[in-house]
Design a protein. Structure first.
Length: 456
């Protein structure tokens, strides 16, 4: 547990450090391009813990709170500017230059996202074909069957389970029926209608997939025991190889995956295990779970399934593939990925604003830290994909017309251009206060959601 927490903190710092640095580098570079004097380039908030001055007199600093950063430009509204330096002041530059300086931060996030996706495709990302297991509920009623491989959803090509989630959740929130193209286990391409309008109104977003009845294909494994470790609780209590578990603590067990799920929810003993041995049902009582010898933080019952058949193993192994392209082919694929994620992100944001989607979907630094750690653990390409996604999200959010964000500053500049005079200092202060209140409220809500997810 402690290593997981430390890993999450480490990868959060790395993730935000990279993204914030690149974002602020956009403002910094374009400001320098237009000969605006940069007073400070800072990564992080708070009192700098390290700083130095470059040859242009800009202070390069690192602050301890890694949740953002800023570039401080010479501006007559912030300090007295000598007459000979007015030409280097931000507010003395033309409208289009100030707009480009503000736009450069989000633009650099988009550029970084493109490079990261391109690199991910060149390196290759280990994926699994989106093939469904035994469907239930709506999918079962719509005629989907096990081993159907999802090819297109609502007209969009599907390559990975991430594509499936993006398409199904947004359509599910709208309760909109969609067309799904599948390749059956026999290799036939057919279209099926998925009636998402049948999802009950009160179902939350996190329960959509469950109500749709979608689950990934898994190797069929009966809850039949293979050789058991004599030092673990199940064997000590009398369970033998060949026994097939049918119930644990009065919960019906259909297969090995049910057994794993039930055991994972057990906090303390005793544990009653009902099983079939020699065609007769028997029961044992296991006093308690035991620390896994290979992972002391994990509690185990000590059960182990029989091996799958060779044909089942071969079919499952054939579902794995590397999502990769050559350096040239990866360019349009990276653009396509950015277009798809941007479209779905904007769609989800609109659903949040209009109330169609729950604010429980907002995530904060705790979730980012956990996903960053998980992505890094899965491999280099998975972390690249995660980093690209967060960079893209940061770029999109910063373009929103909210004071305190780049989009809000661009809105102020446009209003000044239309009215032909600067906005009053009082108006800007009030607007900044409102923007700060909105951002603090959203961050607090996201942090609250993070805590609820961690507790649950």
């Amino acid at each position: 547990m402690m290593m997981t927490i430390l890993g999450s903190i480490f990868w959060l710092i790395i993730t935000l450090g990279v993204l914030v640095t690149f974002h602020e580098l956009g403002h910094f570079w374009v400001a320098r391009l237009f000969k605006v004097k940069v007073l400070r380039f800072c990564v992080g908030f708070g009192k700098p813990i390290w700083s130095r001055f470059d040859q242009h007199g800009t202070e390069i600093a690192v602050a301890p709170i890694p949740l953002g950063g800023y570039v401080k430009l010479l501006d007559v509204r912030d300090c007295d500017v000598p007459a000979d330096e007015l030409q280097y002041a931000y507010n003395h530059k033309p409208y289009w230059q100030k707009m480009l300086i503000m736009f450069a931060g989000p633009a650099f996030n988009f550029i970084l996202a493109f490079f990261l996706y391109w690199l991910m495709f060149v390196v290759g990302k280990d994926e699994i074909q989106p093939t469904i297991g035994e469907p239930t509920q709506i999918m079962q009623q719509a005629g989907f069957v096990e081993k159907d491989q999802l090819k297109k959803i609502d007209g969009q090509t599907i390559r990975t389970w991430s594509d499936v989630s993006l398409s199904l959740i947004t359509a599910g929130i709208d309760r909109r029926d969609i067309e799904v193209e599948v390749e059956t286990g026999s290799g036939t391409i057919i279209n099926r209608t998925l009636p998402l309008s049948a999802i009950p109104t009160g179902v939350a977003e996190e329960k959509l997939i469950e109500h749709i009845g979608l689950q990934a294909y898994r190797i069929p494994l009966a809850a039949k025991m293979s050789e058991l470790d004599a030092d673990l609780p199940a064997a000590k209590s009398g369970l033998l190889a060949g026994d097939e578990i049918v119930r644990i603590n009065d919960v019906e067990i259909a297969d090995w995956y049910d057994a794993v799920e039930v055991v994972s929810q057990i906090e303390q003993g005793p544990i009653q295990v009902d099983f079939i041995r020699n065609q007769a049902q028997q029961s044992i009582t296991v006093p308690a779970l035991m620390a896994d010898p290979d992972n002391p933080e994990r509690k185990v019952l000590g059960i182990r399934p029989d091996s799958p058949t060779e044909s089942d193993r071969a079919y499952y192994n054939n579902l794995f593939f590397s999502l990769s392209y050559g350096p040239i082919e990866s360019i349009p694929q990276a653009f396509l990925q950015i277009s798809k994620i941007t479209s779905k992100s904007l769609e989800m944001m609109w659903k949040l604003v209009t109330g169609k989607a729950s604010i429980k979907n907002l995530s904060g630094p705790i979730t980012i830290a956990q996903v960053a750690n998980d992505s890094a653990a899965r491999g280099f390409s998975w972390y690249l994909s995660f980093l690209a996604l967060v960079s893209l999200s940061l770029g999109i959010i910063n373009l929103l017309p909210i004071p305190m964000l780049d989009g809000g500053q661009m809105l102020f500049l446009s209003i000044e251009k239309i009215k032909g005079s600067p906005l009053s200092e009082q108006f800007e202060m009030k607007a900044q206060f409102i923007g700060m209140f909105m951002l603090i409220s959203l961050m607090s809500l996201a942090f609250y959601n993070d805590i609820l997810r961690s507790v649950s």
